[in-house]
Design a protein around this ligand. Sequence first.
Ligand SMILES: NC(=O)c1ccc[n+]([C@@H]2O[C@H](COP(=O)([O-])OP(=O)(O)OC[C@H]3O[C@@H](n4cnc5c(N)ncnc54)[C@H](O)[C@@H]3O)[C@@H](O)[C@H]2O)c1
Length: 332
Amino acid sequence: MTDVGEGYEGKTVLVTGGAGAIGGNLVRRLNDLGTTKIIIIDNLSSSYEWNVPRGPKIQFVHGDILDDEKLKFVFKDRPEIVFHLAAHFANQHSIDNPETDLMVNGMGILKVLEFAHRSRVSRFVYASSGCGVYGLDAVAPYCEDDTSTSLHTPYQVTKLLGELYTNYYHNLFDLPIVNTRFFNSYGPGEVPGKYRNVIPNFFYWAMTGKTLPITGDGTETRDWTYVGDIVNGLLAAGVRKEAIGEAINLGSGTETRVIDLANKVNRLTGNDLGILYIDRRDWDVKTRIISSIDKAKRLLDYRPETTFNEGLKYVHEWFVENWKDIERSAEF
Ligand SMILES: NC(=O)c1ccc[n+]([C@@H]2O[C@H](COP(=O)([O-])OP(=O)(O)OC[C@H]3O[C@@H](n4cnc5c(N)ncnc54)[C@H](O)[C@@H]3O)[C@@H](O)[C@H]2O)c1
């Protein structure tokens, strides 16, 4: 991956959802570049004070993207680049709370886009989702043109809606947007919980001596992508001209069976309680998920660097180092 660091020299960058699992990793990387200032707006609805990135260049604003006054405040320093990651996350959460999902992921992005447009930002990067835009009829590996409107959760509907809004601002107002579509992000920084992803939850259960529950028969595959690779893709999307107006997958481009993940987590943590098979969730209908990353390679010079085994090792190390905070914060 070519160095995109100089594109951030002297820039002010806004990260909505910058206290979250991916946003926190993005902010820490931005902090290491020549960025002048990084502003986070996050209401901590699915993240934690102890996990918020800190530093002299980082301004953390505890606030909601639905609050116009807070948005006015974070845009007053005229950020040049906006990464929009704040979201009501994810599928089951949206089925349980469909109205909040629509408010945050629909009205929320509309508000942030309007402020970004009025501030004439040089780039607006949206965190879209592979699961949101590639419905059941899409054929793996998913290419960017295989989008579908046959979806299974409100979250998928509203993540797609976000792309429709970014495209609208691009088409009508020339707002330089990029729709980055993430595939199953995992890595240090994601705290386990009822609505969180399988990897942090498997580590939590394994480290608290529990059998790992697999919803399905374990042969289902997912395209788990290390968060550091997603951050590399985001940084490139934030500065490369070729990306403007494009939808681009950020995945690992490989697939792994859920059963193999469970066995790896049990081995890494020394958990000998094995695996338990339970019913697949109604909305969890895809047996295979794998991205095509050809477009990301071409437009962003994107190359996933972290192997699945390395990534799981980093997650385990992060769990061990932060165990007290994680145990206190995990809600099931
Ligand atoms: N994690 C994945 O595998 C994945 C896959 C595809 C897309 N995405 C997208 O990437 C983005 C980041 O995901 P993540 O895994 O870091 O999730 P996350 O829940 O850890 O991060 C989202 C952050 O947004 C904040 N937030 C929620 N509602 C808010 C509001 N109304 N105002 C301000 N802040 C608010 C939360 O507190 C949280 O810190 C999201 O937009 C998500 O939809 C994630």
